[in-house]
Each structure stands twice: as structure tokens, then as C-alpha cells.
Design a protein around this ligand. Structure first.
Ligand SMILES: Nc1nc2c(ncn2[C@@H]2O[C@H](COP(=O)(O)OP(=O)(O)O)[C@@H](O)[C@H]2O)c(=O)[nH]1
Ligand SMILES: [Mg+2]
Length: 422
């Protein structure tokens, strides 16, 4: 058997696992979504008919619903076809003016096709409708997750690939899905370039999104401008320290409150504030459903997500979506958004476990005592964050800076075998 002994030992000769750059991983993921969305034979393709029928939803909210649907389609290896119905903008037509259509080859369905198809039916263990060629999902508003292909999960195939680069892989993944949906049409891209030249939108630049008006009625609390600017200051101080020079302090300000820009210029004169003031006026409730207002938030989304840092509130779909896009598109772990209120969350999300990374003793009524390594269960983060400490079964509030998310992976069927064995 001497000859056999000389045969190469697989382990010895197996090449080291290839380490892709984040840019490569992003490209591979985007190409895979593109491939799924453009089957050569639409008729024969596995399809996911997604009908988003939510009223009273702004653009970020609508786009998030589309993203949540898209995750189910990717998870079950189906091309997603989309229909939107809303008393608000946007119609699918206006959405298509801003963003590239989800598919070039497979876009519309007939009513009878929707009626004939089975409702998407899955749970965490098994997708009951997995053998159906066409499935449908009607999204009427927030729903409880019933599949593993939901926000807070990410593809198993990316687990080790993302680990060296990304601390919130579940948001990176959701951001990839949202980035695909929001690929700009050439006309929008061109328009944004012109706006940036006109505004002198130059780096470094920090974005601030102040969400007020209707949002303050039920969903969020008022935060004074000073609170946002504290974080902006901190970011620029850090930037100057690293670079050993004082940068021009540029802030791109987006808001639905028309008093904010003037206040900012009066109170923070060492800053240069750039803003699309007409967009703020169009964000007023009376104009919000118009096509112009839609275009305004499309522009604000794009410019905020191109900033080097953004200070906002994650109780708003706007802040969360900007954070997702920044994380997904960046090669730098330093580009992200800071929230003045909630931790990042999504409608339709899977409940995540969270791990304590810093001790905490209660400072307010109802706060949990935390010790490094404690695991929090049933965490939910809206205006405030709360969860159950598995160490003692106590439920209460926790400060979001002292915990780390433990997102789950799932076998997204369209995301298997992404990387060639080297
Ligand atoms: N252009 C613009 N519109 C805004 C801004 N803030 C709020 N809006 C308007 O408010 C809507 C709110 O959107 P939605 O996705 O529901 O976010 P949420 O209500 O903040 O969670 C947007 O679609 C805009 O019409 C802003 O900074 N700029
Ligand atoms: Mg809203």
C-alpha cells in the first residue's frame, strides 16, 4: 500500500477557504438576486406574487413591506412579481420611475393567476406550499413572522463570509434586499448628481433626519435639534482627530418640519447646512400624497444614505431604511446611522436573542439589571427596548448600547452555493 500512502492527503492539499472582500460578497449577492428575478422562461418559473395593499403608509414603510415580501421569495427560490395598491402614493408606476423594475423578463400577473395560486404558507420548520409553482402573498399591514425568511435572519451561506466585516449581518442582508429594490433609474441617478453639485454635497458630510409632524402623535417622541447635533459634533470631532485637521462641518438636513432648517442655521452657525427645502414643504400632510412629494422623499432617501454618518430616529421607517442602505452599500464599517430612540427593528421581524456586552444597574423604574453574558429573550424595540433576562426571568427595559444582537441564519434557497470552492 506504499503507493496509496503517497496519495495526496485531501486536508493537506485542500486550499484555504477563500476570503472574499466585502465588495465581492455584495456583488455576488446582488448578481444572484438579479438572476432569480430574470428567469429566461417566466411562464415556467417558480413565482411569488406579492401584493402590497397597505394604506396610510409612507414611502419607507411601503418599501419595507416590499422588502419583507422579497425575503420570502428569495428564501423559497421564487421570482417576485409585485403589485402595489395604496390610497397614498406611490403607485407602481411612480415607483418604477424612480427605481429600476424588479425584473426585465417577469413582471405582471393576471388576476386569475393570483386567484388560482396558493397563498404562501410556511412556518419555521416547513414551507407547506413548497411544491407549488406559483404562490401569492397579500400584505395588508404588519404581520407576525411565520417563516425563517424574515428580517433579523440572514442566509446561512453568508455567515462566515460576513463575520470578518459586518457586526450586524442581518441588517446588511436586509439592506442588500432593499438596495436591489431601490436601484436608481438613470434619470434619478443623473438628477441626484446635479443636486449634489448644486448643493455642494461634499464629503465629509453628516446627515440629519428630523421626523416630526404626524409621527409625534402616536409613534415617536419629540427630540430637540440639540440632541441630534450632539452626535454630529461627536462624529466631526472624531473625524478631525483622526485626520489631524479641521474639516468643514457639512450637514445634509432632511425633515418634514419646516421650522428646523432656520433653527439649525441660527443655533449652529459653525455648521454649513444643506437642505432641499422644497422637499420639506412637500412633506407637509396636505401635499404628502402628491407625486412631487413622493419624488422629494426619494431624493432625501438617496442623499441621506450617501452621507458618511446619519443621526435620526429608528422609530421612523426613514431612519431605519437609511441605516440599512448605508450598511449594505458601504465597504466601511464606520458608515451607519445613529438612532436617538429605538434600536433597529423591522415589521414582520423574527424575535432575536440579545447578549449583554456591558453591565448595567437599573437607573429608572422598570429597567433590568444586566451582567455581561446575560441573554435577553423576547426582545422588542420600538420607542424603548425591552426583553426578558433569561438569568432570572425578569422582564423590563434595557439600554440598547449595552447589548448585542444574536441574529439567526436561515437556508435562503436562492442564496445557496454562492461561492465557488477554491
Ligand atoms: N421629503 C421628505 N419627506 C419626509 C421626511 N420625513 C417625513 N416625510 C414624509 O413622511 C412619510 C413618512 O414615511 P414612512 O415610511 O411612513 O415613515 P415613518 O412614518 O417615519 O415611519 C414619507 O414618505 C414622506 O412623505 C423628510 O425628511 N423628507
Ligand atoms: Mg408612517
Amino acid at each position: 500500500m506504499a503507493g496509496t500512502d503517497k496519495l495526496p492527503n485531501n486536508n493537506q492539499f485542500a486550499s484555504k477557504p477563500q476570503r472574499n472582500t466585502l465588495a465581492e460578497i455584495k456583488k455576488i449577492v446582488q448578481e444572484r438576486i438579479e438572476r432569480l428575478q430574470n428567469p429566461s422562461n417566466c411562464k415556467a418559473a417558480r413565482k411569488f406574487l406579492c401584493w402590497v395593499k397597505v394604506h396610510g403608509c409612507g414611502l419607507g414603510c411601503q418599501l419595507h413591506h416590499i422588502g419583507i415580501c422579497f425575503m420570502m421569495a428569495i428564501g423559497t427560490n421564487r421570482t417576485m412579481l409585485l403589485k402595489i395598491e395604496s390610497k397614498n402614493y406611490p403607485t407602481l408606476k411612480s415607483l418604477d420611475k424612480a427605481y429600476l423594475p424588479l425584473s426585465k423578463t417577469c413582471t405582471e400577473w393576471l388576476d386569475k393567476e393570483f386567484e388560482k395560486s396558493k397563498g404562501f404558507n410556511g412556518n419555521r420548520i416547513e414551507e407547506i406550499s413548497k411544491d407549488e409553482q406559483v404562490v401569492n402573498r397579500l400584505i395588508k399591514g404588519p404581520f407576525r413572522p411565520y417563516t425563517p425568511f424574515a428580517p433579523n435572519s440572514y442566509p446561512e451561506s453568508l455567515k462566515y463570509k460576513l463575520r470578518p466585516f459586518v457586526s450586524e449581518p442581518q441588517i446588511w442582508w436586509f439592506g442588500q434586499v432593499m438596495s436591489f429594490i431601490m436601484r436608481p433609474q438613470p434619470k434619478l441617478y443623473q438628477e441626484l448628481e446635479e443636486i449634489k453639485t448644486e448643493l455642494e454635497f461634499l464629503h465629509p458630510i453628516v446627515g440629519v433626519q428630523v421626523r416630526r409632524t404626524d409621527k409625534l402623535h402616536l409613534e415617536s417622541e419629540y427630540h430637540p435639534l440639540e440632541e441630534y447635533m450632539l452626535h454630529v459634533d461627536k462624529w466631526f470631532n472624531h473625524y478631525d482627530e483622526i485626520n489631524g485637521a479641521q474639516a468643514t462641518r457639512r450637514v445634509f438636513l432632511a425633515t418634514d418640519d419646516e421650522t428646523v432648517l432656520q433653527e439649525a442655521r441660527e443655533k449652529f452657525s459653525s455648521y454649513t447646512f444643506l437642505s432641499l427645502t422644497n422637499n420639506t414643504l412637500l412633506a407637509a400632510k396636505a401635499h404628502r400624497k402628491t407625486e412631487e412629494s413622493f419624488w422629494g422623499i426619494v431624493q432625501d432617501f438617496a442623499l441621506l444614505s450617501q452621507c458618511d454618518h446619519v443621526v435620526c430616529t429608528f422609530s421612523s421607517n426613514i431612519g431605519r431604511l437609511v441605516h440599512e442602505l448605508m450598511i449594505a452599500r458601504s465597504d466601511s464599517p464606520l458608515r451607519y446611522a445613529t438612532s436617538l430612540d429605538a434600536e433597529h427593528y423591522s415589521w414582520g421581524e423574527i424575535t432575536m436573542l440579545r447578549k449583554v456586552i456591558k453591565d448595567h444597574d437599573p437607573e429608572k423604574n422598570g429597567e433590568l439589571q444586566l451582567r455581561v453574558g446575560d441573554i435577553l429573550e423576547n426582545t422588542i424595540c420600538r420607542k424603548t427596548c425591552n426583553g426578558t433576562n433569561s438569568r432570572n426571568g425578569k422582564r423590563g427595559f434595557y439600554p440598547k448600547e449595552k447589548i448585542k444582537a444574536l441574529p439567526a441564519t436561515a437556508e435562503y434557497a436562492a442564496m445557496t452555493d454562492l461561492f465557488q470552492p477554491s
